[in-house]
Design a protein around this ligand. Structure first.
Ligand SMILES: Cc1cc2nc3c(=O)[nH]c(=O)nc-3n(C[C@H](O)[C@H](O)[C@H](O)COP(=O)(O)OP(=O)(O)OC[C@H]3O[C@@H](n4cnc5c(N)ncnc54)[C@H](O)[C@@H]3O)c2cc1C
Ligand SMILES: NC(=O)c1ccc[n+]([C@@H]2O[C@H](COP(=O)([O-])OP(=O)(O)OC[C@H]3O[C@@H](n4cnc5c(N)ncnc54)[C@H](O)[C@@H]3O)[C@@H](O)[C@H]2O)c1
Ligand code: SF4
Ligand code: FES
Length: 809
């Protein structure tokens, strides 16, 4: 006789455990499952993707009706168990079904916390927890416009992104000073907020909701500061509470959740609890990875297989919002006993932080680039000693000191270890898909096993496992799109812009079927650049797509104020200009005047609202110190003053700067001119360097003096100054037309090879055509400072700091 196993709750944790049990002891139990929801077991995580329109409801079913039949499981879907009689070992449902058990699993999950606000029972006030909520939102969006999401945590932001995709006007109301405070520090949260605002989300921070207004249906949300927000739909995403009512009624010990030991046993015999309803060593988890780990242990216990028990989990999270990469793990906040390593790059929207205590990594926050996530998470879990290599965790260029590579990480994993937490896919499952189903790419693994189809944070590990199993050559690498919003690469996008005559980012995203209709911080500035490059006349610069410095034509500093660098051609100034600069510096309390490495004067500590006045009073052109553009042309004194000089390097530098100022480029570019091979202007570590030689000039390209120092390659030797300008124009246009957005010339040349560039510029007629195209583009660009001064609306945008920007300071 088989023993009777009854499970209450047909959700992710419980059914995953049953799957394990069926593998370990297929015949041991006669299994009955009760579930309140009228569906077979589905992937709750993927509701965010369904809402965002990226996945269809039918694709999130984990085990369909047939699976229950095939495994002889009786499923009562749509029936809620409302009584457990532990004496007689029976359960009873609200629909009149009674079932006896030998072993009982409580897998009742959580309930969304609903703020007990007056009016919370009105039509249009919902949570985001199940298929029904998801369907309600999709239906509501067809009829109504204004959505308010209460709660700026993971769930709230994923709901908000989905509602935006449904064309609703979405405001997120958050009680805390910054978003996702349970997962992020303030720096990462501000970067996230900026990115989401750029996607169209609105935020009301530090707002305490007081009441919901409306008659039958909601009309708005009132706050305790007397303000109000209009709403046709309110989604509450303010956390969850373990669903313990049934267990409590049965006399099982409850704390926050149902208290369980390492074997998932409750205080009563033959009654187990698993998943979000359970509390193990004081923790009730709210993510699936720990629940799968619990499931494996419970399955062993029920199958009679030896297990050392569940030891608790370290968790990591990743926000599932297209175009935004956010990762958080462990203890990410600093305290007296921790020290951290951080990398912050506001220009590319990247922030990485690793928190270390007693020589061990205990937590991390990554924003913008989360590719290090699995590696760092593995360090947290293993507790390995990183003393002396702390900085290399984030900063090493190669793998040395960075810890294990993804291939090494997966190689060391046991077969039943979970690689994809979102979908509960183990290393063994993926290896089987590779061997038995012939999968050779991440896309194929996703299609076969669903691994990497959720938050995407396991993608590196899946890639590592493919490489480990098949060898590097056996893996099919699918070309990466320019960002997560599209599978298309740069060349395909640029070709489509040309061929289909696309002139706005919206058009590109629409016609090329971007997954995320608003784009993201990676593709929006890139598209704006490509469009401007291909259609200099037709494309209107999309200011909102640019990063903050380019929008404000000045460099934002650490303290939120700005620095201003006026154009000083060739690094040569005059007493009149110096006087003007000094006057402005005094008048606007400039705290620091600094001579830069590029021979310019940088005025630090200017308030945003003063920027237009400063520009007006300087009466000089913008030095573009903030832009992906020509920054500076550095010169040495040259033949006019220097006894070694063979050419007039100052004049050459001024001519180059006057000709190419305001030129937009894929990444910033710097030039230099030296009057003899002694090269005092350091021209061979510039993007474009000109060095005087006997009877002419030698032109160098692709140098870099920054993080990755690179000596420039010699491009050509020419005789006259006119030829220097001609080659320069052709070279710049070729770079503009062929490099990836954000690709410095040094990286570009390494990628395409100097010979290819020499070949492309070899013919005079090709150089002429390139030059003409650049000339055309340059003729259309105005000085950006002047543009602001002459445009009332633009000037106004500097007047007052917006609330959200104030926070960023
Ligand atoms: C939109 C969304 C996105 C998420 N994204 C992520 C993510 O990216 N990563 C992550 O790790 N986690 C995510 N989560 C959390 C994750 O879904 C949960 O941690 C997980 O589903 C919990 O599994 P569970 O089995 O404990 O509970 P559930 O999946 O909630 O299952 C419990 C089931 O029991 C049923 N039930 C309850 N009481 C009874 C009763 N008395 N009788 C019969 N049936 C009953 C419920 O109806 C429910 O179907 C997300 C959650 C949501 C809502
Ligand atoms: N990508 C993911 O991993 C993912 C996605 C969705 C949900 N989840 C999980 O689902 C569960 C529910 O998510 P959640 O975001 O609701 O929970 P949460 O507890 O992580 O976040 C709730 C947020 O709401 C805010 N809040 C609380 N009261 C508020 C109020 N009165 N007004 C405004 N804001 C208020 C809190 O400050 C908090 O940031 C969590 O366990 C979460 O981990 C995970
Ligand atoms: S590079 Fe030559 S010309 Fe220029 S300053 Fe140095 S020595 Fe003089
Ligand atoms: S861990 Fe989220 S998709 Fe794999």
């Amino acid at each position: 006789m088989r023993k009777k196993l009854v499970m209450v709750g047909n959700g992710m944790a419980g059914v995953a455990s049953i799957e394990h049990l069926l593998k370990l002891a297929p015949q041991k139990y006669e299994i009955t499952i009760f579930g309140s929801e009228p569906h077979p077991n589905y992937n709750r995580i993927m509701l965010s993707s369904v809402l965002a329109g990226d996945t269809e409801m039918k694709d999130i079913v984990i085990n369909d009706w047939d699976w229950y039949k095939d495994n002889q499981i009786t499923l009562h879907a749509g029936h809620t168990v409302n009584k457990v009689d532990t004496k007689n070992k029976t359960v009873a449902t609200d629909t009149g079904i009674t079932e006896s058990y030998d072993e009982l699993i409580l897998a009742t999950g959580s309930l969304p916390f609903m703020l007990p606000l007056p009016g919370a029972d009105k039509e249009g006030v919902i949570a985001f927890r199940d298929i029904k909520d998801c369907e309600t939102m999709i239906e509501t969006a067809k009829q109504y416009k204004k959505a308010v999401v209460i709660g700026g945590g993971l769930l709230g932001l994923e709901a908000a992104r989905g509602l935006l995709n449904l064309n609703m006007d979405v405001t997120v109301v958050h009680i805390h000073q910054y978003l996702m405070e349970r997962q992020l520090d303030q720096t990462a949260a501000i970067m996230l907020q900026r990115e989401l605002e750029a996607q169209g989300m609105k935020f009301l921070l530090e707002k305490n909701s007081e009441a919901i207004t409306g008659k039958q249906r909601v009309t708005g949300l009132k706050f305790d500061d007397g303000t109000w927000a209009e709403a046709d739909l309110i989604v509450m995403a303010v956390g969850i509470r373990p669903n313990v009512a049934l267990a409590k009624g049965a006399g099982v010990e409850i704390n926050r959740g149902i208290v369980v030991n390492d074997y998932l046993e409750t205080s009563l015999p033959n009654v187990y609890a698993i998943g979000e309803c359970a509390e193990h060593r004081g923790i009730a988890y709210g993510l699936v990875a720990p629940l799968y780990e619990q499931g494996a242990v419970l399955a062993k216990r029920l199958a009679g297989v030896e297990t050392e028990g569940y030891q608790g989990s370290v968790t990591s999270t990743k926000l599932k919002v297209s175009g935004v990469n956010v990762f958080s793990a462990g203890q990410f906040a600093d305290d007296l006993h921790t020290r951290s390593v951080r990398v912050q790059d506001d220009f590319n929207g990247i922030y990485k932080k690793v928190v270390i205590k007693n020589g061990r990594v205990i937590g991390s926050v990554l924003f913008g680039d989360t590719s290090d996530g699995s590696r760092i998470f593995s360090m947290i879990r293993s507790g390995e000693d990183v003393t002396g290599k702390e900085k290399q965790i984030l900063l090493a260029d190669d793998a040395s000191g960075k810890g294990k590579s993804d291939v090494e990480l997966v190689a060391a994993m046991a077969d039943d270890e979970i690689i994809c937490g979102c979908n509960g896919v183990s290393k063994g499952d993926i290896v089987s898909a590779i061997h038995d189903k012939g999968c050779t790419s991440v896309g194929e693994i996703k299609a076969c096993t669903k691994a990497s189809g959720g938050c995407g944070s396991c993608k590196n590990l899946v890639e590592g496992l493919l490489a480990h199993t098949l060898g590097e050559d056996g893996v099919t690498t699918v070309k990466e799109g320019i960002c997560g919003c599209t599978p298309l690469g740069r060349d395909e996008v640029v070709a489509a812009i040309r061929e289909m005559k696309l002139t706005t980012s919206k058009e590109v995203m629409h016609v090329l079927e971007w997954h995320n209709k608003e784009g993201c911080s990676k593709c929006r500035p890139a598209l704006n650049y490509y469009l401007g490059m291909v259609w200099p006349e037709e494309h209107e610069d999309e200011r909102e797509s640019r990063f903050v410095n380019e929008r404000n034509h000045a460099n934002i500093q650490k303290d939120g104020r700005y620095s201003v660098v006026p154009r000083i051609y060739g690094g040569v100034t005059t007493p009149e200009d110096l006087k003007k600069i000094a006057d402005v510096a005094v008048k606007y309390n400039v705290e620091l005047v600094k001579i830069t490495g590029g021979q310019r004067l940088d005025l630090f500590g200017i308030e945003k609202e003063d920027l237009p006045k400063v520009w007006e009073e300087l009466g000089m052109e913008s030095g573009y110190a903030y832009g992906k553009a020509l920054r500076t042309v550095k010169t040495c004194v040259g033949s006019t003053w220097c006894r070694f000089g063979t050419q007039d390097s100052i004049q050459m530098g001024i001519d180059l700067e006057k000709k190419f100022q305001r030129m937009n480029t894929p990444a910033k570019v710097k030039m230099a001119v030296s009057g003899c091979p002694r090269n005092c202007a350091e021209a061979t570590i510039k993007d474009y360097g000109v060095v005087a030689i006997d009877g002419g000039w030698e032109i160098y390209v692709g140098g870099n003096g920054g993080t990755d120092v690179r000596a420039a390659d010699s491009l050509v030797r020419v005789k006259t100054s006119e030829e220097v300008i001609e080659w320069s124009g052709a070279y710049w246009q070729y770079y503009r037309e062929n490099a990836n957005y954000n690709e410095r010339t040094s990286k570009w040349i390494e990628r395409v090879g100097i010979d290819a560039i020499k070949q492309a510029l070899a013919k005079p007629e090709d150089r002429k055509a390139l030059f003409e195209r650049l000339d055309k583009a340059l003729s259309l660009i105005e000085d950006p400072w002047k543009e602001v001064l002459e445009n009332e609306e633009l000037r106004k945008s500097f007047e007052k700091l917006e609330v959200n920007e104030q926070l960023a300071h």
